[in-house]
Design a protein around this ligand. Structure first.
Ligand code: ATP
Length: 487
């Protein structure tokens, strides 16, 4: 029987052919082989069916950090034909309640640390702590688990940057398109040691896990990212590939790199990778950095290799094998190289549809990512930001990323966000939030003067705020609605 390219399909294959191979090295539990991982997931599935009555078609929410128990619960759900819904651990209790209702969760498996948050769930959603799940695995009655008609399909939530997170149901491609498209650009090997620091509940971490299992890799998991521990685990387990989000890469620069450094691949996605950061990171870690542009809906749409990033540090690279990427103008016309337009993407990794909320638009089989960008004469893709974030000040269009990239080049600046705020005279004006490196100083006038030197008048931020750090979500995106609290 063919299972298609899915997490449980890959795990079944690996457990059948290579049961003794270590699938996960869990920070707390240690080594778990592919055979054990599948066995545990099957036992949990049987126990869940017995105790909660969960059935095919039900939805199982997961509110967990990166650990083996999360993977077991996810697979257990699909083995019952139930759909696991991966939930962002950073959601507020109120957001969690909304998601639970919109996604019609039947049960929620959660880490101990989220017990209080889980109290916000609507009545009727059964809560299962990680300890209870472990107990269920240990005490499950023996028996066979008959495979469902169809494996449950994972629902990954979008980051909720533009509102309530939307559930995106993943497709199960019949071929190995996603795997081919990534190894086409990133030199991952079969049986590699891979550390996944990007959250497993996010599309990037989840996809990294799928790819790792397909490669029969050994996956190292640190429950919660923290740079010194990440470096120590990478050194201890001779990790060759690290999957992370851009802020993690920034935080890795705050601690000494592993000596000797086993990392040959550091792949980031989920939010924009500032060009200055890419260069600084490669100066310390060597030419090992890959930047993937993508979203929950399209997986990855372009990949920048270290060579691309050396040539153009802000680039998101090129569409990989099997992906079409088009830059379209307002009337759906193709934009010439060097001109900004809306980014549309088509590939066989496209999600199947939303499980809640409105959809995004598609055009000629291509999906509107909601981002603006351009492709240069060499075919390199540059993402300038979200359509919704574009600022119109005095009738002029300003892309926040353009001003952010400029300000990020100031040596004093650690991180920066530029947003539009309502203005009576101009419609919108620019506000810049700057977090400086320790011990550095800068004043608002110097910031404005610097921008004035390089950009048009309407790009100059009228409001300049110095803040200790920027509020970010799990993928490293700045949470704009929280910025005013920092003033
Ligand atoms: P929501 O759809 O709920 O508002 P979201 O779009 O933030 O949330 P994700 O699917 O996690 O949810 O994020 C995808 C978006 O992240 C992309 O559309 C793009 O704006 C941004 N992004 C991801 N990777 C990159 C990258 N490498 N460079 C630039 N932007 C990126």
């Amino acid at each position: 029987r063919r299972w298609g390219f899915s997490l449980s399909g890959e795990l079944r294959q690996a457990a059948a052919r290579d049961p003794e191979r270590v699938a996960i090295i869990d920070e707390r539990r240690g080594e778990v082989t592919y055979g054990q991982l599948l066995g545990n997931a099957e036992r949990l599935a049987r126990a869940l069916r017995g105790t909660t009555g969960v059935r095919a078609g039900d939805r199982i929410g997961l509110l967990c950090r990166n650990h083996a128990g999360m993977v077991e619960a996810m697979v257990a759900g699909t083995l019952l034909g139930a759909d696991p819904v991966l939930i962002n651990t950073g959601l507020s209790p109120a957001q969690l309640a909304t998601v639970a209702e919109e996604q019609r969760l039947r049960i929620l498996v959660h880490d101990t640390e989220f017990a209080e948050k889980a109290l916000a769930l609507p009545p009727g959603v059964e809560r299962i702590t990680e300890e209870r799940a472990a107990e269920l695995v240990a005490t499950a009655p023996p028996g066979e688990l008959r495979p469902p008609e169809q494996d449950g399909r994972t629902i990954v939530l979008t980051s909720g940057t533009t509102g309530t997170p939307k559930g995106a149901r993943r497709r199960t491609p019949s071929g190995f398109g996603p795997l081919v498209s990534i190894i086409h650009r990133i030199p991952l090997h079969a049986r590699d040691r891979i550390m996944i620091s990007a959250p497993l509940f996010h599309t990037w971490g989840y996809a990294a896990l799928q790819v790792s299992f397909a490669l029969r890799a050994t996956v190292v998991l640190q429950r919660r990212f923290e740079p010194a521990g990440c470096v120590a685990l990478a050194a201890q387990h001779r990790v060759r590939g690290l999957f992370a989000v851009p802020v993690m890469v920034q935080r890795l620069l705050e601690v000494p790199p592993p000596r000797p450094n086993p990392l040959r691949i550091v792949a980031v996605s989920g939010s924009a990778l500032p060009g200055g950061l890419a260069t600084r990171f490669m100066d310390v870690y060597g030419d090992v950095l890959y930047n993937l542009y993508g979203s929950t809906e399209v997986s990855w749409a372009s990949i920048a290799t270290p060579r691309d990033l050396r040539a153009a540090p802000h680039t998101a690279g090129r569409p990989p094998h099997g992906t079409r990427l088009a830059i379209l103008g307002p009337a759906g016309e193709r934009m010439p190289p060097g001109h900004v337009g809306r980014i549309f993407v088509g590939n066989d990794m496209l999600f199947e549809g939303y499980t809640s909320g409105a959809g995004k638009e598609s055009h000629d089989g291509l999906f509107a990512t909601g981002d603006l960008g351009q492709v240069d004469h060499d075919g390199l893709v540059f993402v300038v930001g979200r359509e919704d974030d574009m600022i119109i000040s005095g009738g002029e269009n300003v892309f926040p990323s353009e001003v952010e990239n400029l300000l990020a080049d100031l040596p004093q600046v650690r991180e920066v966000a530029v947003i539009g705020v309502p203005d009576r005279e101009y419609g919108q004006r620019l506000a810049a939030y700057l977090a400086l490196h320790q011990g550095e100083a800068l004043d608002a006038d110097a910031v404005r003067e610097y921008v004035r030197r390089y950009r048009a008048r309407y790009c100059i931020p009228r409001d300049v705020y110095f803040v200790p750090y920027l509020p970010r979500n799990a993928t490293g995106k700045v949470v704009v609605r929280e910025l005013p609290r920092f003033r």
